[in-house]
Design a protein around this ligand. Structure first.
Ligand SMILES: C[S@@+](CC[C@H](N)C(=O)[O-])C[C@H]1O[C@@H](n2cnc3c(N)ncnc32)[C@H](O)[C@@H]1O
Length: 200
């Protein structure tokens, strides 16, 4: 079902200030944590987390010593929250910006997806795949989680299927991994895909 709401910055900011943040897990999710743990020692790779919200992934990576972690969100509240939780996170890496307007200057090595794709109006899905490819260097990685289920309530979140998603990403990415996550949080068990895609 398409949204009858305008899913703009004001909508998301309002969700945060009124505490309607059912997606917020309060910590990095196990699939992302396990993926990051096998990246090897921290280096200069440029990592972007779009639609980051409170950005527990950024907190984790920053704490592990990764120096080039960037977060982008249209709502100021979660970025302020991150600043309060992690005062030494570089403020210039907090982008209060529309993901679709970001530029690859310079390109990123890794993009992290966590509950952002499902928050977007589904008409934007082809543009999401295109923009991820635009922001990454050739050979760069888009990884994270996508819901592989339909929701009974009107979105957000908006569900879908792996077959649908494949069609969006295939023009720009090779599929390294695109299958049901084995280590999801209990409420999401069996209902999300772990994706790891390499830009062509
Ligand atoms: C469902 S929340 C997920 C937040 C976070 N990734 C998490 O898992 O807790 C979706 C987030 O995307 C942000 N958002 C929505 N549209 C956006 C856009 N066009 N560009 C950047 N962020 C956006 C919202 O403000 C919100 O923080």
């Amino acid at each position: 079902m398409l949204p009858d709401l305008l899913l703009d910055a004001a909508y998301w900011q309002q969700r945060y200030v009124t505490g309607q943040t059912g997606w917020d897990t309060g910590r990095i999710t196990p699939p992302l944590q396990e993926y990051f743990a096998q990246l090897g020692p921290p280096d200069g790779r440029r990592i972007l987390i779009p639609g980051a919200g409170r950005a527990y992934e950024a907190e984790y990576l920053h704490g592990a010593g990764w120096p080039n972690v960037w977060v982008a969100d249209v709502a100021p509240e979660p970025l302020q929250q991150l600043q309060q939780r992690v005062p030494d996170f570089p403020v210039e890496h907090l982008l209060l910006a529309d993901f679709f307007q970001l530029e690859p200057t310079p390109p990123f090595d890794l993009l992290v997806e966590q509950t952002f794709f499902c928050a977007l109006d589904p008409v934007l899905r082809p543009a999401y795949a295109r923009q991820c490819a635009h922001l990454l260097r050739p050979g760069g990685t888009l990884m994270g989680l996508l819901f592989d289920t339909e929701f009974s309530q009107p979105g957000p979140p908006f569900g879908g299927s792996r077959e649908e998603y494949r069609a969006y990403f295939a023009p720009y990415f090779n599929f390294v991994h695109f299958d049901t996550a084995t280590n999801s949080l209990a409420p999401r068990q069996g209902r999300e895909l772990f994706m790891c895609l390499r830009k062509k």
